[in-house]
Ligand binder design. Structure first.
Ligand SMILES: C[S@@+](CC[C@H](N)C(=O)[O-])C[C@H]1O[C@@H](n2cnc3c(N)ncnc32)[C@H](O)[C@@H]1O
Length: 232
């Protein structure tokens, strides 16, 4: 039992646990087929940002079927990744095998991982949407594993994406508005970071069968300051 679970009522704790099991089951089911639902090509924003950086140690949070991890490994990065989905990991390891690269991919949530503090040069969150009540804390905890001067690269659907989902069932992204993100959320979550890029943008996504069509996105690249402790 974690410290935060002790401070909750048993009912709340059980509800949260059930919700997490449901989320894991949903992702396992989505990834159970042989198709890569977001494709096997890397996310374009991540690819563009990585091209500006020397290869080092990268952590991919909520990495799904491994398209970004495998790409980064192919570019010479030492890759760590985690996700709640075992099925996602299976597909990622298969893709890594096919492309002849090594990745360290673990199943679970961040608090189950034993990553060292300040060990990564880059942490990437590509469409990793957490429940609103957990998001800021997970983002903060992630930054503890980033070295001073290290970089966060994030792309996610913005709150305005709801309109695209209404007109296009293949637009992708969480259906709960509370899980979508605003630039302001990221400013707060990564307070203390030097913002290299933070913008809301509209773009056409063509990532497998599940991210297809006009999308409202938030993009963030930030550098952890030498003395950065996110303020909350
Ligand atoms: C939209 S998919 C994106 C997958 C991958 N980043 C990509 O771009 O192809 C979101 C992923 O986040 C994972 N996820 C959701 N909540 C998580 C959590 N609390 N910890 C780790 N992974 C989580 C899901 O299992 C899913 O694989």
């Amino acid at each position: 039992m974690t410290i935060s679970s002790i401070s909750q009522t048993p009912e709340r704790f059980n509800m949260k646990k059930k919700k997490k099991h449901r989320a894991t089951a949903i992702w396992d089911e989505r990834y159970a087929g042989s198709d890569y639902i977001y494709g096997t090509e890397p996310n374009r924003y991540l690819k563009k940002q990585l091209a500006t950086l020397p290869a080092g140690r990268i952590l991919l949070a909520g990495e799904g079927e491994g398209r970004n991890a495998v790409y980064a490994a192919g570019q010479g990065w030492q890759v760590s990744a985690f996700d709640i989905s075992r099925e996602g990991r299976k597909k990622a390891m298969l893709l890594a095998d096919q492309q002849g690269v090594q990745i360290d991919y673990r199943v679970g949530e961040l608090h189950n991982m034993d990553y060292e503090m300040e060990q990564f040069d880059v942490i990437a969150l590509i469409f990793t949407h957490f429940p609103e009540e957990e998001r800021a804390n997970i983002h903060k905890k992630l930054t503890e594993h980033l070295r001073p001067g290290g970089i966060i690269i994030l792309e996610a659907f913005s709150k305005n994406h709801i309109q695209n989902q209404a007109s296009n069932p293949n637009a992708g992204g969480p259906k709960e508005r509370s899980m979508l993100i605003t630039p302001e959320d990221l400013k707060n979550d990564f307070a203390g970071f030097e913002i290299l890029e933070l913008k809301e943008t509209e773009n056409h996504l063509s990532e497998g069968s599940h991210h297809n069509g006009f999308s409202a996105l938030v993009r963030f690249t930030g550098r952890k300051r030498a003395s950065a402790v996110a303020r909350h």
